[in-house]
Design a protein around this ligand. Structure first.
Ligand SMILES: NC(=O)c1ccc[n+]([C@@H]2O[C@H](COP(=O)([O-])OP(=O)(O)OC[C@H]3O[C@@H](n4cnc5c(N)ncnc54)[C@H](O)[C@@H]3O)[C@@H](O)[C@H]2O)c1
Ligand SMILES: CC(C)=CCC/C(C)=C/C=C/C(C)=C/C=C/C(C)=C/C=C/C=C(C)/C=C/C=C(C)/C=C/C=C(\C)CCC=C(C)C
Length: 607
């Protein structure tokens, strides 16, 4: 179906040429394989040099005349006034959209890219299905109320088969006097096994470990007993206080607290405190003293309660199923719909968001506009300067952009992985370099849980490490390509200390940088999300879903409770609930609502 295919490669060996042809074919045909994944221009890798690993191939595959994704569902009508126009199909945006559609609202989701899921999407190359970002899914358990992904899918009649991961993470940490060969810890799915393993490494801190993680359970058990909706809605909150007073008081008391403070109440050993730091850093990209305790309670306990579960077919299946559910409820998603402007009518107090304008000039009008773009993109790119609310200045003082990532998606021959290898690994060689760019290494091997993601006899190895976009700016194209490959070679060499033979067993490799994240996820500087710029008062400073502009809401990791796929699902539940209340589709108590939000605003302004 593609109109033309052009491959340019520096190597001329026969094997290389065959690889090129196969790759061109794969690139072209992958569009039909992956639910219509039209590739415009792809810098890709294939196996053709002497070490049997990668050489760059720049492939340009012309788009089919009719974009494949648009041949399925009809185009979203622009003449309708929607109940909600959602910018972006990240999991935060899709959760909001599906929650609203499940309650009968007419919603349109406008996605700039060609697949749903944003950072939690997936893409296909040469028989491999690669997760864009994290392969570690929380919130997919079957019990309690914190199984938020399971619940989001169920709201639109969907469910996904998952594979339970026996461990959350295998940590490979620096050498010390107490651990001369390095500190190795596995976070087992079974809580008691994990605590026992950690206590054996730090026998003098057995009690401290029990008390610290015990306090995390107090937070989690409270969360896991509540119905999770908008904290900006007092009628719901009062209801939960009446049904579960102790749980609500527990959570209220933890809202301002940070994990580092709680850890230091019980733990003295500096190496163990560093372990708590990496336990936080690996998902929050900040140390324990900057990580809200409520989030730590969620992450440190759901991994044992609901467990880490991998969705069969890849993480992108979550977004795909949410989209299917959305459409079955009569709402729409439009891909390649690049929102360039949020249309605001009126001035000052009466300013109201009434719709959006796309890069191609089309306008979608809605009673409500929900932005799943980052706060920086929403307020600095999609709104005119005059519409920037003062409240956003406060956010910019409190939070800054976290680094992005370098990501290496690899296909490797199975022999590179010894029996017993775990799915997720964290490698820190030097505690002092943990937060440096490229300091901490993340490794995920999702094919250990779902072998269908790669061709027989191979595995996927996804190596990623935090880095800043500034390190990739101003480079000529060849320089950029060279730098990418050099950085990737160095990261793979470091991972080889734990998985010897990885480089030699590599048969496919594609490297992304913060520039890739910025381009494909449309996230300012490719950032992973907001992080506190100073010691935060727990979660009190994090914005909820309403904004200072009437009719405009934000959802996703720029809103409470922050990064994490299950976290953005929570923000989606909260956002949809508040929108329904504001549209008069869910009951509120108006006086209480106004008074409560005024007080909440004042408290948070001072946080
Ligand atoms: N960024 C990363 O590197 C990364 C990696 C792994 C996990 N994560 C996690 O993924 C989650 C992010 O979820 P999320 O729901 O907040 O958002 P998201 O960034 O995953 O999705 C946002 C979506 O909005 C689209 N979009 C942005 N601006 C747009 C515009 N102007 N017009 C149309 N579409 C637009 C993007 O293409 C993207 O699909 C977070 O939990 C994060 O921690 C992020
Ligand atoms: C008054 C008021 C306001 C109040 C009152 C009280 C109350 C009631 C409260 C409540 C609260 C709530 C509900 C809250 C909630 C919260 C939540 C839900 C949270 C969540 C969270 C989550 C999270 C944070 C998650 C995260 C995760 C992540 C990030 C992940 C990541 C991953 C990665 C990166 C991967 C790694 C890898 C390797 C290792 C390889």
């Amino acid at each position: 179906m593609a109109q033309s295919t052009l491959i340019d490669c520096s190597s001329t060996s026969l094997r290389c040429q065959q690889q090129q042809r196969r790759q061109a074919h794969n690139l072209a045909s992958s569009s039909s394989r992956c639910q219509g994944y039209p590739i415009l221009k792809v810098a890709s890798k294939h196996t053709c040099d002497r070490r049997n690993i990668t050489v760059s191939a720049i492939a340009t595959v012309a788009l089919p005349a009719q974009p494949l994704l648009q041949t399925g569902p009809p185009k979203a009508p622009t003449e309708l006034e929607y109940d909600a126009v959602v910018i972006g199909s990240g999991i935060g945006g899709l959760t909001t959209a599906t929650q609203l559609a499940a309650k009968g609202a007419k919603v349109v989701v406008l996605e700039k890219y060609v697949i749903p899921g944003g950072s939690a999407g997936h893409f296909h190359r040469e028989g491999y299905t690669f997760d864009v970002g994290s392969s570690m899914m929380f919130g997919m358990g079957q019990e309690g109320t914190t199984n938020l992904i399971t619940r989001a899918l169920a709201a639109v009649g969907k469910s996904l088969e998952t594979v339970p991961d026996p461990t959350q993470i295998h940590y490979h940490l620096p050498r010390s006097a107490a651990h001369p060969n390095g500190l190795e810890v596995k976070v087992w799915r079974e809580y008691k096994e994990f605590v026992e393993e950690l206590s054996q490494q730090f026998p003098h801190e057995r009690e401290g470990i029990r008390k610290f993680y015990g306090e995390c359970w107090a937070v989690f058990n409270a969360l896991n007993s509540l119905e999770l909706k908008s904290l900006e809605e007092p009628r719901y909150l009062l209801g939960e206080f009446a049904k579960h007073p102790l749980a609500c008081l527990t959570l209220a008391s933890y809202l301002p607290s940070n994990t580092g403070d709680v850890a230091r109440k019980y733990i003295r050993d500096p190496e163990l405190l560093s372990f708590i730091d990496i336990e936080c850093y690996c998902w929050s990209t900040v140390l324990a003293e900057h990580t809200p305790m409520i989030n730590a309670g969620m992450v440190f306990c759901d991994r044992h309660f609901g467990g880490i579960n991998y969705p069969v077919g890849g993480v992108g299946r979550i977004g795909e199923e949410l989209v299917a559910g959305l459409q079955e409820k009569g709402s729409h998603i439009e891909y390649k719909a690049n929102v360039k402007q949020i249309i605001v009518e009126g001035e000052g107090e009466s300013a109201k968001a009434v719709g959006v304008r796309l890069a191609d000039g089309r306008v979608f009008r809605g009673k409500t506009v929900v932005s799943n773009a980052t706060r920086w993109d929403t307020f600095e790119r999609l709104l005119a300067d005059k519409d920037m609310p003062e409240a956003e200045e406060l956010f910019r003082k409190r939070y800054k952009k976290s680094p992005s990532f370098v990501s290496i998606h690899m296909g490797v021959r199975a022999e590179a992985l010894p029996a017993g290898t775990q799915c997720h690994h964290i490698i820190v060689e030097d505690w002092a370099r943990m937060e440096d760019p490229l300091g901490t290494l993340f490794v995920s091997i999702p094919t250990l849980l779902d072998p269908s993601l790669s061709p027989d006899g191979t595995h996927i190895v996804h190596i990623f490490s935090p880095d800043w976009i500034d390190n990739y700016k101003g480079l000529a194209p060849e320089e950029y390509e060279r730098k990418k490959e050099a950085v990737a070679d160095a990261l793979v060499a470091r991972v080889e200390a734990h998985l010897p033979g990885l480089a030699a067993a590599t048969v496919f490799r594609e490297v992304g940088t913060p520039r890739t994240h910025r381009r494909f996820l449309n996230r300012e500087d490719g950032s992973y999300g907001p992080i506190p710029s100073r010691r935060p008062l727990g979660m009190l400073g994090m914005p909820f879903n309403r904004t200072a502009i009437k009719g405009l809401y934000c959802v996703g990791d720029s809103t409470f409770p922050g990064q994490g796929v299950n976290a953005v699902v929570f923000s989606g539940f909260g956002c949809a609930h508040r929108v329904l209340c504001d549209q008069g589709k869910q009951p509120i108590i108006p006086v209480l609502d106004q008074g409560y939000n005024a007080v909440l605003g004042a408290v948070r302004d001072r946080a």
